[in-house]
Design a binder for this molecule. Structure first.
Ligand code: 6PG
Length: 469
């Protein structure tokens, strides 16, 4: 009898190739499929032993090579390609087989696909995979949701290949339907927020504190050894060290300041709006990527307006202030993303456990951070916590750092250094912790011009006034 492989993977780009090699490293046999001959051959060569890792360009051969129930993961670009791959598989697979979408698919697409495939007796689930190419090879964080039965079949493989935090695998079944893709989407929204924040802090350290790349490297490196310990802070410190191969100096100084995006951060913002959950630290991160793309207009506008001359600030003072402001803003960004997840869980029936999500984000993924251990504990202590800011264990952390966020935002505003992420995080904090906001006036205005009615502080009921009479 021909060999039956444990795991199949479609899409042998960098992520797919690394993931399948990771599966093989962990003692499972794996078979790959891609339309591209070169990718198929590259995998066979890198795998070394065809009994462990094999591949083909032909779907029928691929499916035939897999042990039943077949466990087939797709790592292909989100969108129509996913549907095309599924259609290509359907004539060859059987009831009870499992298809996993490991890409960043939009969650409603996952719901549609799950409904479609479950009618055909196929288990389908979306599993967000985070950690980039290195993570896929050495241990990503995996966020599966959807068919529970389907997940049970691949659980041993996923647990073996995932990153480990103190021995615990960074993967867990998160909930039905598109729970996995939704969690990955919000992960990316938080990722956008944290990246925006680190870029602002870099800007203010450079413009206000005149820190050289070497000093920036050291600063982020030191921070990474403290409470800001995180993958993004770590790679930021390394980025400032990278020499340029094409010109003199450091590479960072030659990179065009236009940030691209594939859309997951935008989806997070859009869906937060749909749910009515404020995530301004994520919203602004999306807007800043959009603003950065308007380079030509920015250059023209720069010539039209004066910018205040920057008043320098002592490096040590600024470093302390920025560390605190960044820590504060990181907390606020996680708080917003998790708030959105908690609400989405109710709205879409995912019934996710926030502590489990924070737990599987502690290693392997792009937003992994020391803070996530504290966040996990906070939600373990109270699974119904609506917002991290209400957790007793976060009150002191926030109180101790919010003052620096205020000082930094004021400094940025006075000196014309945009700090929208820190500033939005601070504004969110000030508004979320305010018993009274001035939106009573908005209600009055709405009722004034549109008879939209209002409620009162002192009496139950709905009221309308003939204003100005
Ligand atoms: C991850 C990342 C990854 C994402 C890239 C690029 O968790 O490994 O989130 O899934 O695709 O970070 O995203 P943008 O192109 O939108 O910045």
């Amino acid at each position: 009898m021909e060999q039956a492989y444990d795991f199949g993977l479609i899409g042998l780009g960098v992520m797919g190739r690394n993931f399948i090699l990771n599966v093989a490293d962990n003692g499972f046999t794996a078979f790959g499929n891609d339309l591209d001959d070169e990718k198929v051959n590259a995998l066979k060569e890198e795998g070394g032993d065809l009994a462990k890792v094999n591949a083909t360009t032909d779907v029928a051969t691929f499916v035939k090579a897999l042990a039943k129930p077949r466990k087939i993961m797709m790592l292909v670009p989100a969108g129509k390609i996913v549907d095309a791959v599924i259609e290509g598989l359907l004539p060859h697979i059987d009831k009870g087989d499992i298809i996993i979408d490991g890409g960043n698919s939009f969650f409603t697409d996952t719901d549609r696909r799950e409904a479609y495939l479950s009618e055909k007796g196929i288990h389908f689930f979306g599993a967000g995979v985070s950690g980039g190419a290195k993570g896929a090879r050495k241990g990503p964080s995996i966020m599966p949701g959807g068919s529970k039965e389907g997940y049970a079949a691949v659980q041993p493989i996923f647990e073996a290949v995932s990153a480990k935090y103190r021995g615990e695998p960074c993967v867990a079944y998160l909930g039905p339907k598109s729970a996995g893709n939704y969690v990955k989407m919000v992960h990316n929204g938080i990722e956008y927020g944290l990246m925006q924040l680190t870029s602002e802090i870099y800007d203010v350290l450079k413009k206000g504190g005149d820190l050289s790349n070497k000093e920036l490297h050291r600063t982020f490196k030191t921070w990474n050894e403290g409470r800001l310990q995180s993958f993004l802070v770590e790679i930021t410190s390394e980025i400032f060290e990278q020499r340029d191969e094409l010109a003199e100096g450091h590479l960072i100084d030659q990179i065009l300041d236009k940030a691209k995006q594939k859309g997951t951060g935008k989806w997070t913002s859009q869906n937060a709006m749909d749910l009515g959950i404020p995530v301004p630290s994520i919203d602004i991160a999306v807007s800043m990527r959009e603003l950065s793309a308007l380079k030509d207009e920015r250059v023209k506008a720069d010539a039209l307006y004066d910018r205040p001359a920057v008043t320098g600030i002592d490096k040590e003072i600024l470093t302390k202030m920025t560390e605190e402001a960044l820590y504060f803003s990181f907390i606020i960004t996680y708080a917003q993303g998790l708030h959105q997840l908690a609400d989405a869980s109710k709205e879409y029936g995912y019934d996710v456990d926030i502590a489990t999500i924070a737990k599987i984000w502690r290693a392997g993924c792009i937003i992994r951070a020391g803070l996530l251990a504290d966040i996990t504990d906070a939600f373990k202590a109270d699974a119904t916590l609506p917002n991290l800011l209400l957790s007793p264990s976060f009150i002191e952390k926030v109180k101790a750092t919010v003052g620096s966020a205020r000082k930094l935002v004021a400094y940025g505003a006075t000196n014309g250094i945009p700090l929208p992420g820190v500033s939005n995080s601070l504004t969110y904090f000030d508004a979320y912790t305010a018993t009274r906001l001035p939106l009573n006036l908005i209600q009055a205005q709405r009722d004034y011009f549109g008879s939209h009615t209002y409620e009162r502080l002192d009496k139950e009921g709905i009221f309308h006034t003939e204003w100005g009479q």
